[in-house]
Structures are given as C-alpha cells and as structure tokens.
Write a protein that binds this ligand. Structure first.
Ligand SMILES: C[S@@+](CC[C@H](N)C(=O)[O-])C[C@H]1O[C@@H](n2cnc3c(N)ncnc32)[C@H](O)[C@@H]1O
Ligand code: SF4
Length: 384
C-alpha cells in the first residue's frame, strides 16, 4: 500500500488576491471557526470508515489561509487525525500561513498544537509588487514572520515566491530571491505568475516580462539557490539537505491522500479491488458546512489513465521515478509505460537508465509535451 497523507483545506482569506484561482474566498463575516473545524472532523470520520487504516506520514493544512484559524482550532484537527489514523514516526505537519495574519507568539502556539513545518506566502519583497499582487502584508511583515518562526523553533519553513511579475527584470527577481534567502528558510518554492481564467488578472492582464527575460531570471535564480546550498528537486521546489516537502513528494510519487474541507481532493487505493479512486468535496464553504458527511464525489481512475496520472506527477521530480515505483503505485507492468514513452525517448524528452525514468533537461522545459503524449484519446488537456 502507498503511504497515506491528509490534506485539510481552509477556504477563507482576508482578501482575495487578483491572480489566485484557488478555492478561496474573502472573509466577509465572522470566521465560522468552530463550525468549520467540526465539519472537518466529521468529514475525516466519514472517509476513514472506507479505508484500510495506515498511519499518516504527513498532514498539510492548506488554503486559503489556515493561519486565520487559532492554534487551538488547528490543534483539534491534528489531534483528531492522530486519534483516527495514528501517526508515522517523524510525521510532517505543514501549516500554510500568510504573513499578514501572524501575531506575536502565534507560531510557538501552532508548534505546541502539533505543527512541524510552515509554508509562508512571501511572494515578493518589493513593496510595489506586493501592492500590485493585492497582498495584505509588507516585506517587513514577512521578515518579522520569519523571525518568529526561527524563535518558535520552526526553522523548517518554506517561502513561496512568484516570478515573471509585471515589468520584473532578472535583477529584480534576484533581489527578491536574496531577500528571501536572507531569512534562512529550509525550503523555497518559486512559481511563475500565471494568469488564470476567472481571476481579476484575467479580466485586466498585467504586462509580464518577455520569455527570454524570464528564462534568464530563472537560470540566475537557480545558480543563486545552488550557491546558497539549495537543490532543485521539483519543477518549482528547492530545498536544503533533508528539507524536501514530504507531503508534496507523496503527491508526486502517486501516494494516497485523504482530502477534507471545502473543495478538497483526495486519492485513495483500494487493494481488494485494485481500484484507485479520486474524491472531491463540495467547493463552496457554505454548502460544504451544510453537506451530509461522506457525501463527497468519488470517481474511479480508469486503468487507461493511470500512466498519465502517474507520469503527470513523477516527471515533475528532477530525479524522476523508478520502475518499481510505477508498478507498485499503479498495479500495471512497466511494459505499459515503456510502450507509452518510447516516442518521447526517441525525441530526447525522457530517458531511462538503471530502471529509472526522468525528464531530460529539454523534457523538463517541455513537461506538457511529455504529458500530452500519455493522454488517453478522450481526455482533455489540463492547464499547465
Ligand atoms: C494557496 S496559496 C497559499 C498561501 C497563502 N494563502 C498565501 O497566499 O499567503 C499557494 C501559493 O500558490 C502561489 N500562487 C497562487 N496563485 C498563483 C498564480 N496565479 N501564479 C503563480 N503562483 C500562484 C502563491 O505563491 C501562493 O503562495
Ligand atoms: S494567494 Fe493565498 S492569500 Fe491570496 S487569495 Fe490565494 S489563497 Fe488567499
């Protein structure tokens, strides 16, 4: 059986950012903290009933802005998960936090509640960009939040940065990165600003730098990160030794995860039938709060889609995956993948050596081309 993780979604934010298409909503009334936590616990109870229980290897409390919830509320979710499923040794428990929501002393309380890792949405350290991105915090608030993390003994934290920001030069992106590295994070995620349908930015798109400039900024950022002791291990993920995100690695290695909370996704394997199932909860928070526990959507992943689903995740990793991982996680013989990937090997997009698959440097840049080749004929192409 693959490892089992838990994702809990917290859908509210102080203010919706103009670029964001996550399932998140500006908080207009009082936060229904207790009602929501209780709904999460019922949701978990209903889903655990279906499962062959395995101890959790990681928990990710994501959003939205989970740091709007008090440490006691977050602690109830963690404790309930421990009671229902048990924890593997050295479980990773990540909390996403917005620097604009962190009061003094708060991270120490989250840590006491069971949080072992924090992911902080820094985005940029340029005040003009932060304003443009509709962020509710200044660069100094991000610096203070990082200081609080170190003081609370939560040195295992990630900073989210975005690049290809409006009118950004390579020097600007490097300045952002240096400001981030000065806070001594253990992990850094760098996301290309994408204009998502239905967002404010889609209605009035900002002018982003040309592709050559973006390519140059990425290369220079990568060298800076390597000089600072970070290794790129995923398309957008860089970590110091021992600080890779266990929870995200489980997604990329096609592990199982329970999804609880408004709009949360899950993926679960049922060994008796050999089925893998995707689950999705009601997206809208009010409906989620009113939903009958266990009434989430479940869809079996058709066998024909498994190689695509697996590869969509596995080729995001710089070191790729091995034959055994493919066979154990999909239940399919490796010959299926060998056949599907043969044209990509010929084109130099993926390579296999010593039973290990990875995207080549060229393939890494054209990940979508790799994935399109693996799609069963009827499936739509997801957004990059
Ligand atoms: C769900 S958010 C969680 C962090 C927290 N809500 C915050 O913003 O501080 C995860 C990350 O996705 C990234 N992100 C969201 N929308 C994006 C977009 N359109 N393009 C690139 N990155 C995006 C941001 O870096 C953000 O921190
Ligand atoms: S980026 Fe984060 S803070 Fe902004 S709307 Fe999305 S989830 Fe909320």
């Amino acid at each position: 059986m693959p490892p089992l993780a838990l994702y809990a979604h917290f859908p509210w934010c102080v203010q919706k950012c103009p670029y964001c298409d996550f399932n998140s909503y500006t908080l207009r009334d009082e936060l229904p903290e207790q009602r929501y936590v209780e709904a999460l616990l019922r949701d978990l109870d209903a889903q655990v009933g279906d499962l062959v229980a395995r101890p959790l290897t990681s928990i990710f409390l994501g959003g939205g802005t989970p740091s709007l919830f008090a440490p006691a509320a977050i602690g109830r979710v963690i404790e309930h998960a421990r009671m229902r499923l048990g924890f593997a040794d050295e479980i990773e428990v990540t909390l996403e936090a917005n620097p604009g929501t962190i009061e003094r002393g708060r991270f120490a309380e989250y840590r006491a509640a069971g949080v072992t890792r924090v992911s902080l949405g820094a985005q940029s350290f340029d005040e003009r960009q932060l304003k443009l991105l509709g962020r509710i915090h200044s660069a100094d608030e991000t610096r203070r939040a990082a200081e609080e993390l170190h003081a609370a003994g939560l040195a295992n934290f990630n900073l989210d940065l975005m690049y290809a920001l409006p009118a950004q030069t390579a020097a600007d992106a490097l300045a952002d990165l240096r400001a981030a590295l000065a806070l001594e994070p253990a992990h850094l995620s760098q996301y290309h600003l994408t204009i998502e349908p239905g967002t404010q930015f889609a209605a009035a798109p900002p002018v982003q730098p040309a592709d050559e400039i973006v390519e140059d900024m990425l290369q220079r950022c990568l060298s800076s990160l390597e000089d600072a002791g970070f290794e790129q291990y995923e398309v957008s993920g860089y970590a110091r030794a021992g600080a890779r995100c266990v929870h995200n690695l489980n997604y990329w290695n096609f592990g199982d995860y329970i999804g609880i909370g408004a709009g949360a996704h899950g993926k679960l394997t049922f060994p008796a039938s050999g089925f893998a199932v995707r689950t999705q909860q009601t997206r809208e928070p009010r409906r989620y709060l009113a939903a009958v526990p266990g009434s989430l959507a479940r869809k079996q992943i058709p066998k024909a889609e498994l190689p695509f689903e697996f590869a969509m995740n596995g080729f995001r990793l710089v070191h790729g995956f091995d034959d055994e991982m493919f066979e154990s996680r999909t239940g399919l013989p490796i010959e299926v993948l060998v056949r599907a990937l043969a044209p990509l090997v010929v084109r130099g997009l993926v390579e296999r050596s010593a039973k290990r698959w990875r995207a080549t440097d060229k393939g890494f840049r054209f990940l979508n081309d790799i994935l399109v080749e693996l799609l069963p004929p009827t499936q739509a192409i997801p957004a990059p």
